[in-house]
Design a protein around this ligand. Sequence first.
Ligand code: MSP
Length: 487
Amino acid sequence: MKYITTPIYYINGTPHIGHLYTTIAADVYTRYWRSRGEEVFFQTGTDEHGQKVLDKAKELSQDINEYVDSLAASWEEFWNHSGIEYDKFIRTTDSDHETYVSERLQELFDRGLIYEGVYAGWYDKREERFWTDKDIENGLSPNGNPVERIEEKNYFFNLEAFRSQIRQHIEENEDFIRPWGHRNKVLRELEQPLKPLCISRPKARLSWGIELPFDSDYVTYVWFDALLNYVSTVPEDYIESCIHLIGKDILIFHTIYWPAILLAIGKPLPRQIFAHGWWLDVSGEKVGKSVGNALDPDYLTERFGKDALRVLLLHTATFGADGKFWEQRFIGEYNTLLSNSLGNLVNRTFGMARKYCNGKVPAFNLEYQTEVDTSFAEELTVLTAEYHRLFEDEELQFRFKQIVDVIYEVSIEGNGYIHDREPWNLSQEEKNNVVYQLLLCVRILADLLEPFCPDKSAEILSSFTNGLEPGSELKPCPPLFPRIYEE
Ligand code: MSP
């Protein structure tokens, strides 16, 4: 059993490539393991509480519940449109989630792990969080947001009570936090005592949230509410096998606050937290709604196609490091990898099957087998094994770039095989053998592509009316990845 999550996205934002990136990664992982017969539970969703959401509903003169319902529906529609096959779309306004959060809060309050205190700090409205004195420079937060000094009664969660346990867990479980750099960063954070986490917000300032069960003048801090999404509605035993895919900016929330909450409520810790990097624009600025350079996934989907975009996002940057986006770069990648190599091989193969074998799968005749044929077939076996190793070796988790490189290598081998064998100069028997081996290669490619390009993979496979059965008909396959020209 595998359980994979994405962050739950702020409902008031519109999806951009950063969101698409994590969710596609989770989808590829899920599809791969499902194709291996594993049971996978994939959860994504929306983070719906917070003052900004309420303010916006008011501005639009809409009832808050109707407003969030309509936003959540558009996020779900976006994922469905993008071919994401999650098992559960959780919303923090779901009543079972809200009840769960409220019960856990009461439990922690009763046990003294949540207690009353006074909070003094710099409030950052944009991020709905506080900063301390040392974070503030020229009246701005480290992210450049305006802040306001606030002192108020609040409720706190005793993070420090769990510091040594979390540290020990990270030290004993080397792959709990990936990639390595992040693990080290978190361990450094855990060297110093942890300040109590303020888990409440006075309703006077923020009224759209889960009310504290022990003080009706307060609502729950969004992150405390949001993190619990990972366990609030799934079976108890899921969490131990859970992999959280996140962006690096929410690392501390997931590697310190979240384990502390889990330990406090008596739950096991997840299997792994994997933080990917950021998509940056050409000037090195993080792509996101707040800087106004968000790349519209609808536009990108239109430009490259849904399946190609998945490959481009997971291949252009190493998963775990930052990646720079500019359109020409993606066009170049698309043409080299998908159009010239992979798409071309598929086209040529079906073209030759039509021309030399009457559009039918030929029989392979061992009498005419050459060394080139044998070594090509062997190479395909080696590459297929490498592909599975990269997906399945836990040490190598999420090496999407390398996995796509293996697929690319298969298409290079296929094109190289045509080049070496020159089927146009061969006898009919030899032509049959070459076409048979190429069809085999194309079927392998379709299988390897499936997690990344489910639709294209299905298109290829549907050209085979009865697999590689000799004599079976091959239906025409439309060009898979037509070349894209720069405008
Ligand atoms: N609601 C919280 C998450 C709560 S999870 C319990 C949140 N939402 S978010 O919508 O702002 O962002 C979600 C994710 O998008 C984060 O993982 C963040 O890292 C990611 N990205 C935002 N901008 C990004 C890029 N430019 N590039 C890659 N991912 C980035 O945070």
